[in-house]
Each structure stands twice: as structure tokens, then as C-alpha cells.
Ligand binder design. Sequence first.
Ligand SMILES: Nc1ncnc2c1ncn2[C@@H]1O[C@H](COP(=O)(O)OP(=O)(O)OP(=O)(O)O)[C@@H](O)[C@H]1O
Length: 253
Amino acid sequence: MAATQPATDSIISFRHVNKVYANGTVGLKDINFDIPRGQFLVVVGLSGAGKSTLLRTINRLHEISSGEIQIDNEAISAYKGKALRQLRCHIGMIFQNFNLVKRSSVEKNVLSGLVGYYPTWKCVLGLFSAHDHQRVVQALDRVSLTPKIFARADELSGGQQQRVAIARTLMQDPHIILADEPVASLDPRTSKDVMDTLKRLNREDGITVIVNLHSVAIARQYADRIIGLRAGELVYDEPIANVTEANLDQIYN
Ligand SMILES: Nc1ncnc2c1ncn2[C@@H]1O[C@H](COP(=O)(O)OP(=O)(O)OP(=O)(O)O)[C@@H](O)[C@H]1O
């Protein structure tokens, strides 16, 4: 494994991070690494290796047991109230099952990305400004779905629904996008649309993207860097230029 030097412009840093679930299962074991701003990082590993756990510690959906996670050089473990809300506002999250309100329109689903910015009652009553509606159009344009703005979410294909989920995160003005198996339930062609969209946002907007993937082939196609987990441990960390079939095997053996 290549030694990972502390990057000067790290957006995320893990320092001796451990996560033990309440039932004693070890989710993460002494994880140390830095993610430079603007990197497209792919996390691979067998089922149960700790990929979802790792991703969810970054926006504090899971609390760590010990160690420290820093975002923009600030430890996030003690964040509460407003600080935690602000942290989450700028971290978009994409899920395998899209997490859309299926019976709502694409527009309403995308507007819901503003939930962290507005009081809940305003969102429930749908009190969005003309500017917000304009931002929805722009976000849908970024994912090539503008013509679908008034469609019901469940009328769209899986790949299109995932792109709506990405547009929803764009409303958050994210610095980081976490994507947990974003293409696991999609066919190869629509997987490509979704991965291309994430890559474009990474390249054009400088958003740091961290994607959990089962498919090593897709990982190799899109990643700037691949890290591998096995039983909660970081067992592989290479820039894409160093990744070979043979050395990737070490994650799975
Ligand atoms: N809430 C929980 N309580 C107890 N153990 C958990 C919990 N969530 C996950 N685990 C366990 O932690 C370990 C890591 O799980 P995690 O979901 O992070 O793995 P993963 O690599 O994302 O797997 P998959 O690819 O199947 O999603 C597994 O042993 C899992 O069973």
C-alpha cells in the first residue's frame, strides 16, 4: 500500500477512526487517510467490509467510537445544533434506492434539497421563492432532465430517478457528495449516465465525490483514487495510475 501523505488541502481527514456498533460489531478499525479537495474517490470492498459505515461517519449519520474526523481541518464529532445542520447542508448524499418521494413531481423532489436551509414548515407548505424554482431548473439542466420537471418521480427510469436525486443534492450547494452504491440497482447503460453525471459535477464544480461501489470495473473507470476496506480495515489505497488487476485482488483475498 502506498503511504498516504497528509495532503495540504485536505477536505476530509480520518485520524485513528474506530466504529464499534452497539452489538459489538466492528464497523471501522483504525482508519487513517486524507481526501484532497476535488478528488473522485471510490471505496470498494466485499459486502460487510464497512463501506457504508465509512461514508455515513462523514455526515455523522453514524457516530464514531473513537478517533477524529476533520472536515476543512475542523473536528466534527462535537458539532451540535446549528453547526451540525450547516455541516450536513453542504454534504449531499445519494442512496442506492434513490430516496425520492415517488408520488411527488420531480420539481418537488428537487426542491426538498433545500430542507436544511429553510424551516421545515416552509418546506411543508411549499413556500419556495421564484429564485428557488429557477434553481431547480438549473439543477435539472446539470443532470440533463429539464423536460421531466413536472413528471411524477415514479414515471422515470431508475437512472433518471438517480439523476433527480443528484439534482436534489445540487440544491444544497454541496462541497462533498457521498454516494452509497448509486448504481447497484441500475443496468450498465443507465449506470454510465449516473456515473458520468457524478464525474462531470466533480470536474466542473470541483465537488469532492466519494462513491461506494461493488463493481471494480466501474471503480477503475471513474476513480482518481481507490481505497479498499476489508473487515473494517483500510487494506488498499492507491491513485488510479497505480491500480492494477493484480494489486486490486488483495482487497478480496
Ligand atoms: N446498525 C448496525 N448495527 C450493528 N452492526 C452493523 C450495523 N450496520 C452495519 N453493521 C455491520 O457493520 C459491518 C459493516 O457494514 P457496512 O454496511 O458498513 O458494510 P458495507 O461494506 O457497506 O456492506 P454492503 O456492501 O453490503 O453495503 C457489517 O458487519 C455489518 O453487519
